[in-house]
Design a protein around this ligand. Sequence first.
Ligand code: GLA
Length: 408
Amino acid sequence: MSNNKFFKTNNPGVFVESPGRINLIGEHTDYNHGFVMPTAIDKKIYFELRKNDTPTACTIYSKTFNTRLNFDLRIIEKSSSTWENYILGVVNELQKSGKKLEGFDCYIKSELPIGAGISSSAALECGLASGLNKLFELNLSKQEIVNLSQAAENNFVGSQCGIMDQYASVMSTKDHLILLDCLSLEAEFIPANFKSCKILLINSKISHSIADGEYNTRRKECESGLKIIRDQNEEVETLRDVTLELLDSCKSQLSEKQYHRVLYVLQENKRVLEAANFMRSGNLQSFGKLMYQSHYGLRNLYEVSCKELDFLVKFSEEKDFIYGSRMMGGGFGGCTINLIEEEDIADFTEEVAIAYKNEFNIIPEMITVVPGEGTLVKGGKNKKVRSGKLEYREKSEKDKYPENEQPK
Ligand code: GLA
């Protein structure tokens, strides 16, 4: 189905390009008030939205799933399908905050693999929120779009995710990494100086879903660990106030799991700040070593890796043209992120694909990405989006509908 067949009105369209994200380092630190280093990528979800001249009827068409979601703005109920809940969650948060919507239709087309840890969910939430913001002139700031998209995921989908994915999807600037302090939300945009290297993602094709319990369990383990430390030390508010010495002095009161989770977070925060220095000074070798250490922490202390991801990271580690590799995102599957010399990508991807297939009988997916711009929104008649993927130009009624679907 083309988007022109889908829309039944000639109202002006709003076009949104909403990117996925990578995270160089700083995993599971966002909801622990720590540091992260993500950026948006050049792979996106594309939206076209139009008002449909009804007060409350909405239709969303997903080309990826080839399905339609019909709903009424007055009755927003949880669906059994996850992608629908991202949509409904955003609409719900907007209406909860008093924003006035009317009936609209939306056509969505994605080039982001799902469950690969590159945050197709945040791209979906933030893209829709940005589109509705423009369509209904809601006057939301970018930060408000980030916050309400995260709230949609927390409250409606039920995943207690942090703010990293939504922040990166909306706020990124091209060719930069964001060093984000998730406590103060201060951000520094560091030039992504990868020199002769590129970022290669290897999709293990093990599909994760952070809505599954493990993600929320990790979050609870950190919170309960923090509470025990706080009970002994009044000045501690978040894990940012906890030093390694303080953690060790509380070790006997913590379960082994709580100790390991908190230890990982403290170490990872330190790594992110060190990595930022190495990126600023262009020391990719040292930057990459921190990526490997991050992976070991995620595997051994935070326990969110899996054998397929470990295999891919180990394979990379044996290559001197790969400076760093680690699992990326929530874990339990998805992609590894690799900092690799560009000239070696072709041979390496062939070699690792064969080895991975031999080991797991799965063909991995290779995705090279570049740091891209955050959400782009365009609207109105005769406007064209930059990529031209979902362009809309005013057409005559006759052009717009196929012969057998001409409006009466
Ligand atoms: C998911 C969440 C993020 C973050 C990462 C792990 O992507 O949505 O908020 O916690 O996992 O770093």
